[in-house]
Design a protein around this ligand. Structure first.
Ligand SMILES: [Zn+2]
Length: 160
């Protein structure tokens, strides 16, 4: 299978961040400026379009960091200093950014399941381990949600 075909089935999930609010936070401002989210999103969207892929944007209220990717429990608080996610409900322990990326990938899968008629309803909804999901994590120490990227699973063999 040519690489371009593989790419064309990919879905990228990014997070709509409250950039204005983050810039007001002195600790985050420099990281936010460095990351240039708007430009990143613009490039992801047009390059995905070239390859027939899609970019799904999770809204800024999606609790990607505070949610347990194992059981779905949501923490009330998760300080920036906690780099490891430890779930009080199911005991899962994972790198903070990996946990968030898994949540974003699952978010993307739900969006696809909800909008794509070629995907049976509920596909992937009850999978605790999203085995078909590849996740890319870009580490940005010191930032709450910056730089997280989840890559959702292919749309299924029936997809064009
Ligand atoms: Zn859990």
């Amino acid at each position: 299978m040519p690489a371009s075909t593989w790419v064309s089935r990919r879905t990228i999930v990014i997070e709509d961040l409250n950039v204005a609010g983050m810039v007001k936070n002195r600790r985050l401002a420099r990281h936010v400026a460095d990351a240039s989210f708007g430009e990143l999103r613009r490039q992801l969207e047009y390059k995905s379009a070239w390859h027939g892929g899609r970019v799904i944007v999770a809204d800024r209220w999606f609790a990607s960091s505070k949610k347990c990717s194992g059981c779905g429990a949501v923490k009330a608080k998760l300080p920036l200093s906690e780099r490891t996610y430890a779930c009080a409900s199911c005991g899962m322990v994972a790198d903070r950014d990996l946990n968030a990326a898994l949540n974003l990938a699952e978010y993307g899968n739900r969006q696809i399941a909800g909008s794509g008629p070629e995907i049976p309803n509920g596909r992937g909804a009850d999978r605790k381990t999203p085995s078909g999901v590849q996740v890319a994590v870009k580490r940005q120490p010191g930032t709450a949600t910056a730089g997280k990227t989840g890559t959702a699973a292919p749309q299924g063999t029936a997809a064009a």
